[in-house]
Design a protein around this ligand. Structure first.
Ligand code: AP5
Ligand code: ZN
Length: 217
């Protein structure tokens, strides 16, 4: 399976992608998670990326394309396929991905857009909690951890992302519509696009996602 989950901040990419990873034994490449790893390690890339992410803007195409290229080449978990989450976010990223896959004799099966109105995203983003080590995601109201502010698996503390405030979200949404909206059309033109209602419960979204992939295979 080689697929992309595309959708605005809070649409549910990071909630659904791990389910796809586990069910289909593919790797989950989340560029936001990979950047946050660099921030935690305080690398030069991480320092540069943090400023951009907190401003709700996009890290350069060159950096992001190299990051995905490195993963596809070196991450053994990607041998069976992948689910991309947060990439591609611009037309140049989508074109570079096509070229990369083409040179490996591979191609995408589908591109799933998680469709949801902007006004539903505020509560999703402001209530989100994450486990920084794994990227595991919870929600104060909609997906609460068993113990408050504590990861179910490791017992470690949960945190809020520094870009999960209303001001940065507003900027992230503008960026999404302007730069990533055209990527949706790019895949529609290639006949790869599937739209899915993401305003339902996580389990219903997952049921519908599974149907997409079972039909596709
Ligand atoms: P990234 O980490 O990718 O952030 P994003 O795209 O804004 O998406 P989110 O992670 O906010 O949303 P999600 O769809 O994963 O939602 P989730 O499932 O967690 O990127 C961060 C930044 O990095 C970017 O702004 C940019 O600066 C940079 N960057 C990353 N990739 C880049 C690229 N390719 N190029 C350039 N720059 C890049 O769900 C959200 C919340 O809602 C959770 O609390 C969850 O529990 C809850 N929830 C999920 N589904 C449901 C549901 N069905 N019902 C109720 N609640 C739900
Ligand atoms: Zn995410």
């Amino acid at each position: 399976l080689r697929t992309i989950l595309i959708g605005p901040p809070g649409a549910g990419k990071g909630t659904q992608a791990p389910r796809i990873r586990d069910e289909f034994c593919v790797c989950h490449l989340a560029t936001g998670d990979l950047l946050r790893e660099q921030i935690t390690k305080q690398t030069e890339l991480g320092k540069m990326a943090k400023k951009i992410m907190d401003a709700g803007e996009l890290v350069s195409d060159e950096v992001m394309v190299n990051m995905i290229k490195d993963q596809l080449e070196n991450n053994k978990a990607c041998k069976n396929g992948f689910v991309l989450d947060g990439f591609p976010r611009t037309i140049p990223q989508a074109e570079k991905l096509d070229a990369m896959l083409g040179s490996r004799g591979e191609k995408l099966d589908s591109v799933v857009e998680l469709v949801i109105p902007d006004q539903l995203l505020i509560s999703r983003i402001t209530g989100r909690l994450i486990h920084p080590g794994s990227g595991r995601t919870y929600h104060k109201e909609f997906q609460p951890p068993r113990k408050p502010m504590t990861d179910d698996v490791t017992g470690e503390p949960l945190i809020q992302r520094s870009d999960d405030n209303v001001a940065t979200l507003t900027k992230r949404l503008t960026t999404y519509h302007k730069q990533t909206g055209p990527v949706v059309d790019y895949y529609k033109n290639k006949g790869l696009w599937v739209g899915l209602d993401a305003a339902q419960s996580p389990n219903l979204v997952w049921e519908n996602l599974r149907k997409v992939f079972q039909q596709g295979s």
